[in-house]
Design a protein around this ligand. Structure first.
Ligand SMILES: C[S@@+](CC[C@H](N)C(=O)[O-])C[C@H]1O[C@@H](n2cnc3c(N)ncnc32)[C@H](O)[C@@H]1O
Ligand SMILES: [Zn+2]
Length: 290
């Protein structure tokens, strides 16, 4: 394989078994201990430690719905706000080696690609469990590489390697984020606010934002300090098809059957003004207590 995108981030990657550096030979990567990992034909590197009881991440159908929905641009203002937040991270402006931006559970690479567009020197890594998402991410942007890994395990990344870590509507492993961040690095989190998608949650039987979501996030990130928080809130005019994709791309997909969803969507007007409401919060890691 000639110059795959994974080579852009290889110096930062670590073996998930022994944490040693990796080198690539054609369609695989391996460490000095001889642990080997497959580079898929679609361009993503699988860095799952054997025996890890990881699930599979999002299904093929969910990922297809997510890609189609995001392609319609309704969440472009979220991507824009995220890109502006990452642009102010001190470690991103450092001279020297290209800064690394890591998107944890980054899905199809939609948000990371927007961030990289705004940061011409940076390289990006999408860490995803779903092979369907990883293969899309691997072709989302010329400076974006994808690895298949479980964010609940030790991340397959060198300590202090990331100028910025992103977490957009996804699971967060706070101790590992703190470990992989550079000293001046920042974590940027996009999380839904209480009124996110409020017009369609009830009618479509979707899972709403838990009332204690903000408290849970604060507890989870107790070892980080908030540097900046922006609310992004607007109304998006969504068609019935947009709304269907929105329901099928998220956790609600496991709870609603297709016929019930189709009936609920048919009862909606042709176009629905849907509230999009999220917070984009930048955190810095607090020094570890001694
Ligand atoms: C709600 S989606 C968000 C995706 C992306 N950040 C976005 O907003 O488009 C959650 C993502 O987390 C991934 N995921 C779930 N569990 C994971 C894990 N343990 N490790 C890595 N990714 C995981 C899923 O495959 C899915 O792509
Ligand atoms: Zn190894």
């Amino acid at each position: 394989m000639e110059n795959p995108r994974i080579d852009l981030v290889l110096p930062h990657l670590r073996c998930p078994v022994c944490a040693g550096p990796l080198t690539r030979t054609d369609r695989s990567a391996r460490c000095a201990e001889g642990h080997g990992f497959d580079l898929a034909r679609q361009g993503y590197l699988t860095l799952l430690a054997g025996g890890s009881r990881a699930g599979q991440g999002d299904t093929a159908d969910m990922v297809a719905a997510r890609e189609a929905f995001l392609g319609r641009g309704h969440y472009a203002p979220i991507a824009g706000s995220l890109a502006r937040a990452v642009g102010t991270v001190p470690a991103v402006d450092d001279d020297g080696v290209p800064p690394l931006v890591v998107d944890l559970a980054g899905g199809t690479g939609y948000y990371l690609a927007a961030v990289l567009d705004a940061l011409p020197r940076a390289v990006g890594l999408d860490v995803e469990l779903s092979p369907y998402a990883a293969r899309r991410a691997a072709r989302a942007h010329p400076r974006l590489a994808a690895v298949r890994a479980d964010v609940w395990q030790r991340l397959p990344l060198a300590t202090g390697s990331a100028a910025a870590v992103l977490s957009v509507f996804g699971p967060r492993n706070a101790p590992e984020i703190a470990r992989v961040l550079a000293p001046e690095g920042r974590l940027v989190v996009v999380a839904p606010a209480q009124d996110h998608l409020t017009e369609i949650i009830g009618p479509l039987g979707m899972i709403g934002v838990a009332p204690d979501k903000a408290d849970r996030l604060a507890r989870q990130l107790a070892d980080f300090a908030v540097v900046e928080e922006r609310a992004v809130r607007y109304r998006a005019a969504m068609t019935r098809e947009d709304v269907t994709l929105e329901a099928l791309m998220g956790p609600s997909a496991h709870h609603v059957d297709r016929d019930t969803l189709a009936a609920a969507v048919a009862a909606l007007p042709d176009a629905v003004d849907v509230t999009v409401s999220v917070t984009v919060t930048t955190y810095r890691p607090l020094p570890a207590e001694s």
